[in-house]
Design a protein around this ligand. Structure first.
Ligand SMILES: C[S@@+](CC[C@H](N)C(=O)[O-])C[C@H]1O[C@@H](n2cnc3c(N)ncnc32)[C@H](O)[C@@H]1O
Length: 184
């Protein structure tokens, strides 16, 4: 069973120092345009979600799926005070998978930040994520170097490619292995 981030660490992930080293706006701006539909599995308390909602704009939507209700509750409060709750569709993860069959072929961008190593079945995750994506949509996966070895990250990348995603580029993100894939 993979290690799962305890809910209270959600607060640690929001710490202001992280903003200096993993800047949401700079990191996400190349991938999200106004009107985009975004899927974010494992958003935690929404460190990236509010920026995704800002970039997607009033015509866009960010669909988040987390297994921990307390992460979603805090995310909901933060979204409300940022005035973007209406752009965020919050979903509690079902027992298996993400529960996003209704989004098949609708998604323009997937952000999987520090989550794939926590999932029971990374291969099934990439199949589900790929089937939610439009042709040409991109997926950014970042994994923490503290928890994920280079070998494990290579296996995760192979699982993404087995699901039909094509590796476009590696990204340089602080204390992370990171890669961008495209659905062809
Ligand atoms: C390390 S946190 C990363 C949070 C956020 N992406 C960030 O970078 O700040 C991992 C998140 O994935 C969630 N998670 C773990 N297993 C999951 C699953 N099977 N489905 C959806 N979310 C899951 C955890 O509850 C947690 O919120």
């Amino acid at each position: 069973m993979p290690h799962r981030c305890p809910w209270y660490l959600g607060y640690v992930l929001l710490n202001p120092l992280r903003r200096l080293l993993q800047r949401p706006a700079r990191l996400l701006a190349p991938y999200v345009r106004p009107g985009f539909r975004v899927l974010e599995p494992g958003p935690g308390m929404g460190y990236f979600t509010l920026e995704l909602a800002r970039l997607a704009g009033p015509a866009g939507k960010v669909h988040v799926v987390d297994i921990e209700p307390r992460m979603l509750a805090a995310l909901g409060r933060r979204a409300k005070s940022a005035g973007c709750a209406d752009r965020i569709d919050m979903r509690l993860a079902p027992e298996r998978g993400l529960g996003v069959a209704d989004l098949a072929g609708e998604i323009d961008f997937v952000l999987a930040f520090a989550v794939v190593h926590e999932l029971d079945d990374a291969a099934a995750f990439f199949v589900e994520a790929a089937s939610s994506m439009k042709p040409g949509a991109r997926l950014l996966m970042a994994e923490p170097t503290g928890h994920v070895s280079g070998t494990l990250f290579a296996r995760e990348c192979a699982a993404a490619e087995a699901a039909g995603l094509v590796l476009m580029e590696r990204r340089d993100i602080w204390r992370s292995h990171a890669a961008v894939f495209v659905r062809t």
